[in-house]
Ligand binder design. Structure first.
Ligand code: BDR
Ligand code: CA
Length: 317
């Protein structure tokens, strides 16, 4: 089976990505590490437990990680996912934080990768703080990974958080920089523009949520807040090419669990802008070779959307 380690800032699309993996055949989630991002790391921990509870998978260990970015400067979040990160709906039965593992996220990441050399696919759907700290503590871990799958960055300088920055990279540019430079393993990127060009239709979204299952009802509740915002006119601009369902984090997850989903990639060295009036946190793609960098990232370009829809449907069955 495919072994995954998942690093999240559990907002609604992180929840969708986790559910996609839980429903996929032959996939084993070895652990979920939490990091600041869409909301506080405490909320992220709680949200992750709620998602696992909704899927009857509370046996999967959840670890708490970094509370702030490398430089400590918190980016202003839009609260697109609600203040609590999951649409601000009451959940009196939410599991308590005592269910979080005692071991910290960064140690757990290093340990799990060391225990299964060459077998773990790391899926990161959040600011990359935990991954950056992990490689600083244990520089050899990238060599022991099967692959790294990231939702983050942008290819056409069209940001969703700053003028040019995608949220996960803009929220911790130093971490993104460290990861893109120090993870010498195959890196797959589901960038913001790519997700916009591959959005699913609102008709699909309706059918997806209308499935008669506890999971679909859970998703309908937590998704309402951001779904309503996504359908507004303002999002025509932000979403590029009109609105629709963009489950950002699920695109990276799908790449980790189904090779046949990836149809075409661009292969270029990439890095991240750390200074600049408008460009801090922007991903930089070196199409010519000016950076003299040998490692190239696989930037998702074309995917099999039928397979993707199938995986998404299965996630809420
Ligand atoms: C990314 O930012 C977060 O809000 C989402 O969960 C996703 O990981 C999209 O830019
Ligand atoms: Ca996320």
């Amino acid at each position: 089976s495919k072994k995954l380690l998942v690093d999240v800032d559990c907002g609604v699309d992180d929840a969708q990505a986790i559910m996609l993996a839980l429903a996929a055949p032959n996939v084993e989630i070895m652990g979920i590490t939490c990091v600041h991002g869409n909301t506080s790391v405490e909320n992220v921990c709680k949200n992750t437990l709620r998602v696992l509870q909704a899927c009857n998978k509370l046996e999967i260990p959840v670890f708490k990680g970094a509370a702030v970015p490398i430089l400590g400067h918190h980016i202003k979040t839009s609260h697109f996912h609600g203040l609590d990160g999951l649409g601000d709906v009451p959940d009196p039965n939410a599991p308590g934080l005592d269910m979080i593992q005692k071991e910290g996220a960064v140690s757990a990441m290093i340990r799990i990768i060391n225990e299964h050399p060459g077998q773990i696919s790391l899926v990161a759907t959040a600011p990359l703080t935990n991954l950056a700290l992990a490689v600083r503590m244990e520089p050899s871990i990238p060599n022991k990974l099967k692959g790294l799958y990231i939702m983050g960055g942008n290819t056409e300088s069209r940001g969703n958080t700053t003028v040019c920055g995608e949220f996960n990279f803009a929220a911790d540019p130093e971490a993104a920089y460290i990861v893109l430079n120090d993870y010498q393993c195959p890196i797959y990127l589901a960038c913001w523009e790519f997700t916009c060009y591959n959005k699913l239709s609102w008709e699909f979204c309706d059918q997806w949520l209308a499935q008669d299952s506890e999971k679909a009802r859970f998703m309908t509740r937590i998704f309402k807040h951001s779904l309503d915002i996504s359908k507004t006119e303002r999002f025509e601009k932000e979403f590029i090419d009109g609105t629709g369902l963009i489950s950002c984090d699920s695109y990276a997850m799908a790449a980790a669990i189904d090779e046949a989903y990836i149809l075409e990639t661009d292969e270029f060295p990439v890095s991240v802008e750390l200074t600049g009036t408008h460009t801090r946190g922007m991903m930089v793609v070196d199409t010519v070779g000016f950076m003299n960098k040998t490692q190239k990232a696989f930037i998702l370009k074309k995917v099999n959307l039928k397979r993707f829809e199938h995986m998404m449907m299965a996630a809420l069955k």
